[in-house]
Design a protein around this ligand. Structure first.
Ligand code: HEM
Length: 528
């Protein structure tokens, strides 16, 4: 044993020496000094995984499965993370070229299967009882089960998808246009404090809140569309959950229960739902009872909350008033961050590429002139749609949609097998850019015209931002509709610029893989 430890220590020592003599070492030091708190926590978390996953690693090597090839050249403890931090585009493109559509990476000791090409499509399309996003991201990474009870999760996965398909279908969203526009104008007035020049130091928070202003009326209902507390809860729920992720990842799971009471804002969100949404659910159900007794239609507006009020479980029963009210938090989770992030990407792309902004403004003038935003006008704005599709394609993670294997073994069509509990991630940016991360990876190369006649809500092999197959995002029509109207409204009402006066970098990558928006402060100056 001692001999083994001595030789292990010597090998680690050699590897460390080797590492210190490489170009990576100076890059790593530079990265460390530039990294944000979240990035460092992410790295810390990954290092902890080394120890957690040791048992799983040894077990999976012993199993007689047709495992995907393991990529070589891993560093001690950090595995392949240094390559991903340093140049994820080149590294992932090289992995695909050398190992094909499926391979295993060591991410700080945690073995993760990376699915590219056809295998990625397969992973994206897999049913949740085989590859589960709920287990792979929501529980494993975001620790959502600390804040969301099992029934609310059930509503999120069983009821929300069919309700969304019904209430925010491509046809139904056209009836929501005026309500969304009212909400976004109201939100803009409130958030810019009606000032002629407004500086936002935290643009992403600004955009999250703005998206909540425009969404609450259409998704929850007109009863709460101007309620500032519901809007704040709807806007902030996701960031209140995700802000704690780095801390959880860097702390052993056995200690989580001690830190939860100090970290979660979530009880406040639950109380808001009880105080402000529960009475709405009760009033609507009462109205429905009265209408049914009188044999007349209830006449209530169709929206997400109403869809859940009316939703019947497979056994014919309904969710309780309280369960329906709490599930609004999961609607906020699915809709606010995703939409505001892509709105943010869009805005920073327009700032980074004045030529694209000019082209969009030209189209706005030609189609809408000084008239109102209409569904007919939006349908004619081809460049806007091409631009948003391209922004959505650019804005995905390089290793994305982490799904946990739920069966004893998940077998891919090419015969490779992945054991239960292992996480499978798909190379979404590569997929979106025809198999190569390197494609259109600079700001200058971003090119909306490459979308041709493909639309921003139609998924495809080269457009997996909304997922693929059974779990394809049913909220995509609503999200794109909101982003389009927000951009037009913002450009019409304000001159938008970075406070620094510099061109921003629209896409950044946390840890080299997770897409992040710019956070350069913005100045909004009212147009006369
Ligand atoms: C740009 C904005 C959005 C993006 C990029 C996005 C992305 C996604 C993705 C990738 C999935 C598939 C997850 C999987 O593979 O299991 C998904 C599912 C889902 N999204 Fe979105 N989403 C957006 C906006 C919205 C909005 C606005 C809503 C609702 C108002 C929504 C509701 C849902 C629901 C309910 C599901 C689950 C579908 C299912 O499991 O069958 N999303 N979304």
């Amino acid at each position: 044993m001692e001999q083994y430890l001595a030789s292990a220590t010597t090998s680690i020592g050699k590897a460390v020496n080797l590492f210190q003599n490489t170009d990576f070492y100076s890059k790593a030091l530079e990265l460390y000094s530039r990294s944000s708190r979240n990035e460092l926590l992410l790295m810390g978390g990954a290092t902890f995984f080394t120890f957690y996953n040791l048992v799983d690693y040894i077990k999976s090597r012993r199993e007689k499965l047709n495992l995907p090839p393991r990529v070589g050249y891993a560093f001690p403890l950090l595995g392949h993370l240094p390559y991903i931090f340093y140049d994820s585009n080149r590294f992932l493109d090289w992995c695909s070229e050398k190992y094909g559509d499926i391979y295993d990476l060591n991410l700080g000791g945690s073995i993760t299967t990376i699915a590219a090409g056809r295998s990625a499509e397969e992973a994206l399309k897999a049913p949740a009882d085989e590859l589960s996003l709920e287990e792979g991201i929501l529980k494993d990474v975001l620790f959502m089960h600390y804040v969301i009870d099992p029934t609310t999760f059930e509503i999120g996965f069983e009821a929300n998808p069919p309700v969304a398909k019904e209430v925010i279908s491509p046809q139904k969203i056209l009836t929501l246009t005026d309500r969304i526009i009212r909400g976004l104008n109201r939100g803009l007035d409130i958030l810019t404090e009606d000032q002629d020049t407004y500086l936002t130091k935290n643009p992403n928070l600004f955009l999250q809140r703005w998206v909540a202003y425009m969404s609450v009326g259409s998704l929850v209902g007109q009863e709460v569309e101007t309620n500032p507390i519901v809007i704040k809860s709807f806007a902030d729920f996701t960031s209140d959950v995700t802000n704690n992720v780095g801390i959880f990842l860097s702390t052993p799971k056995s200690l989580h229960k001690f830190i939860i009471p100090f970290l979660q804002q979530v009880e406040w969100h639950r109380q808001v739902m009880r105080d402000h949404v529960l009475p709405v659910v009760r009033q609507r159900r009462e109205k429905m009872r009265q209408a049914e007794a009188a044999g007349v239609p209830h006449g209530l507006d169709s929206n997400f909350l109403q869809g859940l009020v009316e939703y019947k479980k497979p056994d014919g029963s309904s969710y309780t008033d309280e369960e329906v009210a709490q599930s609004v938090l999961l609607i906020a989770f699915a809709s606010v961050h995703t939409t505001s992030m892509n709105l943010s990407f869009s805005l920073y792309w327009l700032l980074a590429r004045p030529d694209l902004r000019e082209e969009l403004e030209k189209e706005m003038q030609e189609v809408l002139g000084d008239g109102p935003i209409t569904n007919e006008g939006l349908a004619q704005m081809k460049f806007l749609d091409q631009f948003i599709r391209e922004v959505l394609r650019q804005g995905v993670d390089k290793m994305a949609n982490a799904k946990a294997v739920m069966k004893d073994v998940y077998t891919f069509a090419n015969g490779y097998q992945v054991p239960k509990g292992r996480r499978v991630q798909s190379t979404n940016r590569q997929l979106n850019f025809n198999g190569l991360n390197a494609n259109r990876s600079t700001v200058e190369e971003m090119d909306p015209r490459m979308s041709g006649n493909k639309t921003s809500t139609a998924p495809g092999r080269d457009f997996v931002t909304f997922g693929l197959g059974k779990h394809l995002c049913p909220g995509r029509f609503f999200a794109v509709h909101e982003i389009k109207m927000s951009l037009i409204t913002l450009l019409r009402r304000f001159d938008v610029a970075t406070a620094s006066g510099k061109l921003p970098t629209p896409n950044r990558y946390l840890g080299g893989m997770i897409a992040q928006t710019s956070d350069d402060p913005l100045v909004f100056t009212k147009k006369k």
